[in-house]
Ligand binder design. Structure first.
Ligand code: FMN
Length: 223
């Protein structure tokens, strides 16, 4: 996590991988088993403007899924048809007039499957209005200040460099949530051991999330 971490992203990933490999058999199951988490799958059929937005998200522990849900509710309330789906359930972007893609920051980068989603759907995302959002603990713990948002935003530089044709109409950065009870035993121990600030808690600011959604909706639908 951000500057406050004791170990680099590479060290963290290596440690996570080696712990998984070292643990064996049934112990592995107990150690790495992640509790069941509900991920949002929502369809809203409002159609006062005849448009449909996909809010696609990557989420490991569910907090980003709930942020996507809140964004979808705002769009729906604004009269737009909406699907809120995990990126694992999205194969095709045809039929959508705009896309919002959200994912947490993990080890100072956007969650890798979100980046893979951009890669897979690069052509469509270059054509239709797209917005990105992130969730992160740093914005909650260090405060939602411009320099912290800029720090979080820099974690998307690699995505911008890799996919210059995908030009989001906006990028929202939101404080996220960390709940150890949703993690596997192994991940909770790793996080506690190696994150310099291992404070958990729910820092999501629903007013900020809904305000962003309200402001971004016309940008997504302006084409
Ligand atoms: C393995 C891991 C690495 C993380 N790395 C960062 C980080 O580098 N910077 C940060 O601000 N938050 C980091 N976080 C916090 C998440 O971004 C935050 O908890 C987010 O809301 C989680 O979303 P989810 O519940 O949808 O998985 C990390 C969380 C995990 C589990």
């Amino acid at each position: 996590m951000t500057q406050a971490k004791k170990m680099s992203r590479r060290q963290f990933l290596l440690m996570a991988a080696s712990t998984t490999v070292v643990a064996g058999g049934g112990l592995t199951y107990l150690t790495v088993r992640q509790p069941e988490i509900d991920f949002a799958t929502i369809t809203c059929n409002a159609n006062s403007n005849g448009k449909k937005i996909l809010v696609a998200y990557a989420s490991q522990y569910g907090s980003t899924s709930e942020v996507a849900e809140a964004i979808g509710e705002v769009f729906c309330g604004g009269g737009t048809a909406v699907d809120v789906l995990s990126i694992t359930n999205v194969t095709d972007l045809s039929g959508y007039d705009a896309v919002v893609l959200g994912a947490p920051i993990q080890s100072e980068a956007w969650k890798p499957d979100a980046v893979t989603f951009v890669q897979t759907h690069e052509a469509a995302l270059s054509r239709i209005p797209t917005a990105f959002f992130t969730t992160s603990m740093t914005l909650g713990l260090a405060g939602n200040r411009p320099e912290i948002r800029q720090q979080i935003d820099s974690h998307l530089d690699a995505v911008r460099a890799q996919f210059p044709a995908v030009q989001p109409v906006d990028v929202g950065h939101f404080a996220g949530a960390l709940d150890y009870s949703k993690m596997s035993f192994a991940m909770a121990q790793l996080y506690r051991a190696f994150a310099e600030d291992d404070t958990d808690g729910d820092y999501r600011d629903w007013n900020a999330i809904r305000s962003w959604a309200t402001a971004v909706q016309p940008k997504l639908l302006s084409v």
